[in-house]
Design a protein around this ligand. Structure first.
Ligand SMILES: N[C@@H](CCC(=O)N[C@@H](CS)C(=O)NCC(=O)O)C(=O)O
Length: 415
């Protein structure tokens, strides 16, 4: 999927002081560069930076790097650049008017029973809430994917970070928010292995069920595709297309399930695998509030994100694995509820209003047109999803139908 490039003049954004084609540099605020002049040189070499920063670097180099041929070459480049007008900043991100240090989260749309049908997206949002970082969900109506082709991803200071584990790792390091800091080395290993089981085994067992019963997914989470995709077509038509086409792709499809390995087994075998995973988790949790004691760690975040996919499925929909968890693993149900209360006190509001940003106070209604919302909508229109294609195809069919009826009418009249 094509990525839109946002171009913003340097003075309009406080976010970035260096090259934006180099994502690493984009992330460094001006203050950090000033504090470490030696680190600023490579950015300059790559043809980036604003005029003021170039000037500072030039002065520092004149003081310290005399006699070094390479440094002299850099100095000459810096002088030439100072004379040129500052280049427009280029950001390879969707959110053109981003604010410095706000984490923009791209995930799937809400459902009335669960904030996200993607355990990976729910994991990132749960983690952000637990550690208390400022974030905003981008309402992209599921049009965007990361450069890796998946959700979730975040944009931060003009840089994209994709994959839930990488997002959490990088944000933990950047903002010093390590939920696992208090764990022993052994507990960390147990956490690592259990997360691998949850994300590479149990969740694929759930994906298998979803791919097999897409209709039950729509009903079981009361998915409103019209809202989720931001389309005008009635849900009856969207649901039909969902079942026969893009629904399967969302839920990792038969080919992916086979490639993963889980898809080669029989339904009964897969169910048994799922029960074994749940039993292990239940025994590990035992009577503790969280997996490693009184406070949640990353493992609790991942377990919550995965187990809530089972627990919040409507009871009207039959799913033996969910029933097994309810009946045989009541401590896991308690865990899910504790995590929900701790991280999503606004769960009901999120789910009833399908609000991606219930945690952010709503701004005053805009009076002028063409502000941020307009820009976002415009950029959304440029990207196409399966839903958009369906809508266009159906509109084309409709107008063809109309034309041919009119033609027929004319023919009838001329007869
Ligand atoms: N390892 C990735 C997995 C993400 C992933 O599998 N996301 C799925 C949704 S659950 C996805 O984006 N699928 C492609 C699509 O829906 O277009 C992570 O942890 O973020």
């Amino acid at each position: 999927m094509a990525t839109e490039v946002a171009q913003i003049p340097a003075e309009e954004t406080p976010a970035v002081a260096a090259s934006t084609e180099n994502a690493e540099q984009a992330d460094k605020p001006a203050a950090a560069t000033e504090a470490a002049p030696a680190a600023a040189a490579p950015a300059e070499k790559e043809g980036a930076g604003d005029a003021a920063q170039d000037k500072d670097n030039k002065e520092e180099k004149a003081d310290g790097a005399a006699g070094d041929g390479e440094a002299k070459k850099e100095e000459a480049t810096a002088v030439a650049k100072t004379d040129a007008p500052p280049p427009a900043q280029k950001f390879n991100v969707h959110k053109a008017n981003f604010e410095k240090d706000i984490i923009y989260l791209y995930q799937f749309s809400r459902t009335p029973l669960l904030p996200s049908l993607s355990p990976y997206c729910l994991k990132v949002e749960t983690w952000l809430r637990l550690v208390g970082l400022k974030y905003e969900n981008v309402d992209h109506k599921m049009r965007f994917r990361s450069k890796k082709g998946q959700l979730p991803f975040i944009e931060l200071n003009g840089e994209e970070i994709a994959d839930s584990a990488i997002i959490i790792k990088e944000l933990s390091a950047k903002y010093d928010k390590n939920l696992d800091a208090g764990l022993t080395a052994e507990q960390r290993n147990v956490s690592y292995a259990t997360i691998a089981m949850l994300e590479n085994h149990l969740i694929w067992i759930i994906f298998y069920w979803r791919a097999k019963y897409p209709d039950n997914v729509l009903k079981g989470y009361k998915v409103n595709l019209q809202h989720a995709l931001g389309l005008r077509l009635p849900n009856s038509i969207l649901n039909f297309f969902f079942k026969i086409t893009f629904g399967r792709k969302w839920f990792q499809g038969t080919k992916k399930l086979k490639a993963h390995g889980i898809g080669v087994h029989s339904a009964e075998e897969i169910e048994e695998f799922g029960k074994s995973d749940l039993k292990v988790l239940s025994e590990m949790l035992d009577c503790k509030p969280f997996f490693f004691g009184d406070e949640p760690t990353t493992l609790d975040v991942v377990a919550f994100a995965v187990l809530s996919q089972l627990h919040y499925l409507s009871k009207d929909i039959a799913y033996p694995l969910r029933d097994y968890m309810t009946e045989k693993c009541p401590n896991l149900i308690g865990h899910v509820s504790r995590m929900k209360d701790k991280c999503f006190p606004d769960w009901d509001e999120i789910c009833t209003k399908l609000d991606l940003n219930a945690h952010i106070p709503k701004p005053e209604p805009e009076t002028k047109e063409g502000k941020e919302g307009g820009e976002q909508e415009k950029s959304n229109e440029q990207e196409g999803t399966e839903g958009d294609k369906i809508e266009k195809e159906l509109e084309k069919d409709k107008s063809n139908e109309k034309e041919s009826t009119e033609e027929n009418k004319e023919k009838e009249e001329t007869k």
